[in-house]
Design a protein around this ligand. Structure first.
Ligand code: PNS
Length: 163
């Protein structure tokens, strides 16, 4: 029984994240998508933890071995608590590499029993990030097809209010 944890801020989840989650769910027996509270990231997340969790739950409802939960601890502690032996992350361009490499090294240093594995993004989503999506939507650009429809609608609503 191999359980993997797939962590992130997911503010909001993109179709790129969902592609990685779906591919991880085909490899592992169970995938626990873990949404970091991340109150200190930049000016704070656009969507609340409950909204971010709920977007992913809806978008992964068809994947029987995927569950979604919030967390506010060290990732390695969460993995231990869940008895997950693998941390799965998506890797896009080289620009992701340094930060991901650092996190993987530190997590390995804390607990060498938990491996980090990367799933490489498909070319279609190589350029896609939550921040780019927020920036485009913030300037009234169209992000349809880059995020689930529900997220697209909520982005328009949220950013319209903020303007
Ligand atoms: O969406 P992101 O920014 O790639 O996610 C980063 C995340 C949530 C995976 C990372 O910040 C994290 O693991 N946070 C939990 C706290 C922790 O364990 N920090 C040490 C990692 S070196």
């Amino acid at each position: 029984m191999k359980r993997a944890v797939c962590p992130g801020t997911f503010d909001p989840v993109t179709n790129g994240h969902l592609d990685i989650i779906e591919r991880a769910s085909a490899i592992f027996d169970e995938v626990v998508v873990s949404v970091a509270l991340s109150p200190d990231k930049g000016s704070g997340p656009l969507f609340s933890i409950d909204e971010r969790v709920s977007f992913i739950r809806s978008a992964t409802a068809h994947l029987r071995n995927v569950t979604v939960r919030p967390f506010d601890s060290l990732l390695v502690d969460l993995a231990r608590e869940l008895e997950a032996t693998v941390i799965v992350k998506g890797l896009r361009a080289v620009t992701d590499f340094e930060r991901e490499f650092q996190m993987a090294q530190l997590n390995y240093r804390i607990d060498a029993g938990i491996e980090t594995m990367f799933i490489v993004a498909i070319p279609e989503y190589m350029y896609l990030s939550s921040s780019a999506v927020k920036e485009i939507a913030g300037h009234a650009g169209n992000v349809q097809g880059l995020v689930p429809d529900e997220v697209n609608e909520r982005l328009i609503e949220r950013l319209r209010k903020g303007r």
